[in-house]
Design a protein around this ligand. Sequence first.
Ligand code: NAD
Ligand code: TYD
Length: 333
Amino acid sequence: MRLFVTGGAGFIGSEFIRQSIAAGDSVINFDKLTYAGNLENLASVQADPGYSLVVGDICNSAEVAEAMPEGIDAIVHFAAESHVDRSILSAEEFVRTNVLGTQVMLDVARHRKAAKFLHISTDEVGGDMEPEEWFTEESPLEPSSPYAASKTAAEHFVRAATRTFGLDTTVTRTSNNYGPFQFPEKLLPLAISNALEDRPIPVYGDGQQIRDWVHVADNCKALRLVLAKGKSGETYHIGGGNPMTNLDVLHMLLRIVGKPESLLTTVKDRLGHDRRYAVHFGKISRELGWSPETTFEAGLTATINWYRDNAEWVERCKSGDYRKYYETMYSGR
Ligand code: NAD
Ligand code: TYD
């Protein structure tokens, strides 16, 4: 397949590209390289003849159209502002990138006659779940945070493009991903790197919020399956089958790292904090035969080992030095 991937220098997009190149697909990675875009994540595929990078903004239709060959097999649209806490501080960039950017991608997809459009969404569009409630593909969309609201709006534009223009789209909604190369602002990479350095780990509020954790490699296998076999116009949920409270996750993490629970430090709760996400992924299991392969404890142990072995990667994220990689590796190209 010839793929046009947006946001491929981020956490999930880079895993998807590594898997796709390994499978023999060719990939154009279109990425603005915001703070979340890290080309070090793609060092292993950078020299592959099937891989190319275009630095550009999905909100700029001329840039996207110039980068996208006519009749590409699929667009896989990851690019987004992805951190809830940042959306609470300021939502403007979230509306621009996640809503306007998605609409621009849909327009260019149509004009450049892309065969398929896979839109990457999140279980957060369903909002807070009651204790026994499950978020299915038929559930109402009730986003709580500005981030989730922008991802919900984006989904509506995808659906509108399908209905109005007949664009061949699929939508996936994934639960919390974890694994290597995740920027250390999200819970797990932050907690792992702090624990390894004996620094306090911030616990928002009472720590009883429930999230479902899926390993990023399992998620990307599901995305590749949806690309190959998903039905046009359909939405597929992807989860790990590991719903756990944040405190239970952090206790497990500290046990594996071998650090004391006294590192856990209660801080002020997130505004509007959703108590429970519970994505139901029966449809993708039933219709496409996917289920997660990685148990949480094994995946968390491997992730902790990766962060321990790649302390310099974390350090460069924190210092901002990872941004120099582009200038060094791509200057003169
Ligand atoms: P990320 O923040 O790690 O990476 C986002 C990427 O998009 C970066 O490479 C960034 O440079 C790029 N980008 C941002 N704005 C851009 C723009 N205007 N033009 C071009 N590129 C731009 O994100 P992630 O965690 O890999 O998430 C990828 C997708 O998956 C997002 O759409 C997110 O909403 C969704 N998602 C993430 C999770 C999760 O747990 N991380 C869970 C469910 C869904
Ligand atoms: P996060 O990784 O930001 O993902 P999301 O908000 O998309 O689920 O947060 C996961 C959970 O962990 C969420 O309930 C907020 C909480 N959290 C903390 O308790 N401390 C932290 O430092 C962070 C970043 C998150």
